[in-house]
Write a protein that binds this ligand. Structure first.
Ligand SMILES: C[S@@+](CC[C@H](N)C(=O)[O-])C[C@H]1O[C@@H](n2cnc3c(N)ncnc32)[C@H](O)[C@@H]1O
Length: 205
């Protein structure tokens, strides 16, 4: 099978406003830090072995790996260049952190059953992937399988108070926290540059 060529990946700093651009899209911006930290802290209240999808700027990855409760934190990243940029900015990484290369929709089938206490899920996906019902129908039961009983799945915040269909049918208990946010004036991926973000925590009962 032909490999999709890697998109152009750039770390842009404009007057202190930091953007990770992937294929010309704003994949991540540093104003999200407090939301990433709040999500990471929520995750770390649920155990000691964690897994994360999407390295980005590594804000959540470092916060999880540096939490005193954390024994291991594995982060899956699709693009080598994202990892290279992260390692350049952070030459010394916590011993709890390991970074793996791969695509979540392939790797999720390889996760060991009941091996993690929590997954933070923050890949930047194309709209066609979000809409692919069959893909989610196959992937999400694998996430649940990988979680230990009482473990949690925390996806990146939503700027609408809605539960995504991709996740909701796979869990019975959900905890939601509302956090105000202020994005950059140049942010293209939020509804307005200020508002409320909803961090959702899905429990494996
Ligand atoms: C929004 S960023 C993650 C931000 C991160 N939480 C932080 O605090 O900086 C999304 C990342 O997910 C990666 N990604 C996109 N699709 C992926 C996939 N299918 N599997 C693994 N990583 C993926 C992107 O390359 C990008 O680095």
């Amino acid at each position: 099978m032909e490999k999709t060529p890697a998109p152009e990946i750039e770390l842009i700093d404009r007057d202190g406003e930091v953007t990770l651009s992937i294929g010309g899209e704003q994949a991540m911006q540093a104003w999200e830090r407090d939301l990433m930290w709040a999500s990471a802290d929520m995750l770390c209240r649920h155990g000691k072995d964690f897994y994360e999808v999407g390295l980005g700027l590594g804000l959540s990855a470092l916060r999880i790996a540096e939490n005193p409760a954390t024994r291991s934190h594995r982060v899956l990243e699709l693009f080598g260049e994202v990892e290279d940029l992260f390692r350049q900015s952070h030459p010394k990484l916590p011993g709890t952190l390991s970074i793996e290369r791969g695509n979540f929709f392939e790797r999720v089938f390889e996760l060991e059953s009941e091996s993690i206490d929590g997954m933070f899920f923050d890949p930047a996906l194309d709209m066609e992937v979000w809409k692919d019902e069959e893909l989610w129908r196959r992937a999400m039961p694998e996430v649940v399988r990988a979680l230990r009983p009482g473990g949690v799945f925390i996806p990146f915040f939503s700027t609408k108070p809605e539960l995504r269909w991709q996740y909701v049918q796979h869990f019975r208990t959900i905890h939601v926290e509302r956090h105000p946010y202020t994005a950059y004036d140049t942010t293209e991926y939020t509804y307005g540059t200020t508002g409320d973000a909803y961090i959702q925590c899905f429990y494996k009962d």
